[in-house]
Ligand binder design. Structure first.
Ligand SMILES: Cc1cc2nc3c(=O)[nH]c(=O)nc-3n(C[C@H](O)[C@H](O)[C@H](O)COP(=O)(O)OP(=O)(O)OC[C@H]3O[C@@H](n4cnc5c(N)ncnc54)[C@H](O)[C@@H]3O)c2cc1C
Length: 401
């Protein structure tokens, strides 16, 4: 594998860096530095995504015919890496990255014409309605009912852990349309307008962010919600196929860029922080853990490059996406754990970071995000299908066990 970049690629890298320097304003930089993850408040995220869209860069994986930039896999990799190097906000995945590929492959022409341009222009914010109370890993057991009423479906039930549903204009939902046959054969894929009467959103408060409006996850209730028939994607009772296709896009992220940046930050903190009269970085046990982590991140980067070099524009990656999700999130948890270890007792009073609080953070600037990031990162081995489930998928589909 040739890992060197051509002069054209290097020129592209300069263009990406220029874009970031122009559009990642000081206030966005500060918010990202203080943040527990790469989700910003809605207005900031939309501002960033509008700038990307004006440049034609909001949907790097989309084919050109739908408004994608037509990048090579190397260009996509450079873009991701520079966004990570500069700690730029991520692209909100639910519309652009998850629902869009399903619409492109299985949606009607009307659905493509209506929803895809609105995703690019940031008119619609999407959320994902897969999980239900009692139906997470065993997703095929889902119960939310969509009864066929002639020209519409009548939906009843609830979805849970719905990320940023409080901002959403639309939700893509897996719903039960039949109880006949195998459980997977009675599921359909529906697009639901979040402003439809009968929908209520209850926030779920987590340890890292317990105040109203700033929470990340929700439970969404549907009571006699009327959904027009034209909002069905593909065929009735075929939603399981579309759901699985979407999950490959949800899981197949590139992680190495942000991990490398995280590990560099840990190294910098450990050089400044002193424990027992010595910089933390001089502690042999700490050095050993950090070195092992850096090697593992490098190995993941090589794996990502190998997988990316096999893909052509717009293709999904298949079960390797489970490998990336599992390894990327495990290593991310190690990075934030080591950062918390490096800041020592400054990690304890982490609550002042919550937006709206008026107490000053304790300790140096670099210490204040460590604890919220550590707590927030508990989720990464659960969402998108838990890492235990990813290992089951790899065992079956990659190793053939
Ligand atoms: C922060 C966060 C955000 C999320 N956002 C969304 C969202 O926007 N939309 C959405 O639809 N869902 C979302 N989810 C839900 C997520 O996909 C589920 O939490 C996940 O699939 C696990 O399901 P569960 O929570 O029901 O746990 P369970 O399925 O009850 O699993 C509990 C434990 O048992 C293990 N387990 C279960 N079955 C097996 C098995 N067969 N083999 C080995 N181990 C097993 C699991 O790994 C886990 O450790 C989110 C979750 C979190 C934490």
């Amino acid at each position: 594998m040739d890992l060197s970049f051509s002069s054209k690629d290097n020129a592209f890298r300069e263009e990406v860096i220029d874009f970031i320097n122009t559009n990642l304003t000081d206030d966005l930089k500060q918010k990202m530095a203080d943040n527990r993850n790469s989700y910003l408040p809605k207005e900031d995220h939309v501002r960033w995504q509008k700038a990307l869209n004006e440049k034609g860069w909001l949907a790097p994986d989309w084919p050109v015919e739908y408004g994608g930039p037509g990048w090579t896999t190397t260009q996509k990799y450079i873009f991701d890496t520079e966004m990570a190097n500069h700690n730029a906000p991520g692209i909100m995945p639910f519309g652009i990255k998850m629902c869009a590929p399903v619409l492109m492959k299985f949606g009607s022409q009307e659905q493509k014409d209506y929803y895809l341009p609105r995703m690019l222009s940031n008119e619609d914010w999407w959320c994902q309605g897969y999980s239900e109370p009692g139906s997470g890993s065993d997703l095929a057991s889902l119960q939310m009912k969509a009864e066929d009423k002639g020209d519409h479906f009548l939906c009843n039930g609830s979805k849970i852990w719905t990320t940023l549903a409080q901002y959403a204009d639309w939700i893509f939902c897996l719903v039960r349309t039949s109880k006949e046959g195998k459980r997977q054969e009675g599921i359909s894929f529906l697009l639901i307008d979040m402003n439809t009467p009968g929908i209520t959103i209850d926030p779920i408060y987590t340890l890292d962010q317990p105040i109203e409006g700033a929470q990340e996850i929700n439970q969404v209730f549907f009571q006699d919600v009327v959904v027009p028939k034209e909002n069905l994607v593909g065929e009735i009772n075929k939603g399981w196929t579309y759901a699985k296709y979407l999950l490959e896009f949800e899981r197949g992220n590139a992680y190495a860029g942000r991990l490398k940046r995280g590990a560099q930050k840990v190294r910098a903190i450990a050089a400044k922080e002193v424990d027992g009269g010595e910089p933390v970085i001089n502690n042999p046990d700490f050095r050993n853990k950090l070195a092992k982590l850096e090697v593992a991140i490098q190995a993941l980067e090589m794996t990502e490059l190998r997988i990316l070099s096999k893909l052509t524009s717009g293709q999904n990656m298949g079960p390797e996406s489970s490998l990336m999700k599992c390894r990327g999130t495990d290593l991310y948890q190690e990075v934030v754990e080591l950062a918390l270890e490096a800041v020592g007792t400054y990690g304890v009073p982490f609550l002042p970071l919550i937006p709206g609080q008026n107490t000053d953070p304790v300790g140096p600037d670099y210490a204040s995000g460590a604890a919220p990031r550590y707590f927030n990162a508990r989720k990464v081995s659960i969402y998108g299908g838990s890492n235990e489930i990813q290992r089951n998928i790899m065992a079956k589909l990659i190793l053939g066990l």
